[in-house]
Design a protein around this ligand. Structure first.
Ligand SMILES: [Zn+2]
Length: 302
């Protein structure tokens, strides 16, 4: 804690509807924490998409913040995000007399402390974890402080703009009417050489299966010397369930979507292949009222 007092502490304050004081399973493994860590992992991608998007416009100062976050992003990924409760732990989230969602310092790679008491909010008896888009708003704000921008409301607006682009590029398919919280999510990028992300949210976790999909969709041709040409991007659309079949406690969901892939030749030129409809068989398990995505069983053949 050396020098802590001399450092400026920056914060973000989101108005809570009510504070949730109930019990919750574990620390660091809940849906809000998962959303925040996923937002962090994909933040450079979300910012890059935003900068090229026509959904929002950024002024020069806003661009400067985002470009600065991008240029320092490798360093940001090595830094820590620590989840603590202000009521039970040693971290004081009261700053200037107000309870804050997060606090950090003003240099790239600084630890970000996130207040567990404020990332699960209760609305009409339902507990809502901080969403992926809210997490993006939060992190743009905090990483903005790392770039030595100090105006909280300016950073809130900037974070909300990036989140708006994400909202526009995200598509969610619920598992079924009875399990609406379980969703398959795809996030599009606006670039030819980039991959649509595919994420699965079950009752417990948010799982990124983009990597597995890269293996499944690598239909690039063999080039000179029989070398496989490189898959450099894909675009996924028109998601729907082909079928969903229960067998005991296990649900087998046939996810159907259209895939277009981008491959790079040895000479550096790209070509595009429309693969048409592809399917992915996703397995889920019912655990009382909850649903678990069976990640290992689903992808065991790869
Ligand atoms: Zn702030």
């Amino acid at each position: 804690m050396n020098g802590l007092k001399s450092l400026i502490i920056f914060t973000l304050f989101i108005l809570p509807l009510t504070l949730w004081s109930g019990e919750r399973e574990g620390h660091g493994g809940g849906l809000a924490e998962q959303n925040i860590m996923t937002a962090r992992l994909h933040l450079a991608e979300f910012i890059t998409i935003s900068l090229s998007s026509s959904v929002v416009t950024f002024d020069d100062e806003e661009r400067e913040v985002l470009e600065s976050i991008l240029s320092n992003f490798e360093q940001e990924l090595t830094s820590k995000i620590i989840f603590k409760s202000g009521t039970n732990d040693e971290v004081d989230f009261y700053i200037d007399g107000q309870l804050r969602v997060a606090k950090t310092y003003d240099y790239p790679g600084a630890t970000i402390w996130i207040n567990l008491d404020l990332i699960y909010l209760e609305k009409m008896g339902v507990i809502r974890p901080m969403s992926l888009t809210q997490a993006v708003t939060l992190l743009v704000h905090e990483y903005g402080h790392h770039q030595k921008f100090y105006d909280h409301s300016f950073l809130d607006t900037l974070g909300a703009k990036v989140a708006k682009v994400l909202q526009n590029n995200i598509y969610k398919l619920p598992l079924s009417r009875n399990y609406r919280e379980v969703v398959v999510m795809t996030i599009d990028s606006n670039f030819e050489e980039s991959f649509s992300s595919l994420l699965i949210r079950d009752s417990f976790d948010l799982i990124d299966v983009t990597k597995q999909l890269k293996t499944k969709l690598n239909f690039c041709r063999k080039g000179k010397q029989n070398l496989q040409e490189k898959l450099v991007g894909f675009y996924l659309e028109n998601f729907h369930w082909g079928s969903r079949l229960w067998k005991g406690d296990t649900l087998s969901g046939r996810l159907v979507f259209n895939a277009t892939i981008v491959c790079k030749r040895g000479n550096g030129n790209n070509y595009i292949i429309n693969l048409g409809a592809k399917t992915l068989n996703l397995l889920f398990k019912k655990e009382e009222t909850l649903i678990r995505f069976l990640y290992k069983q689903t992808f065991k053949d790869n």
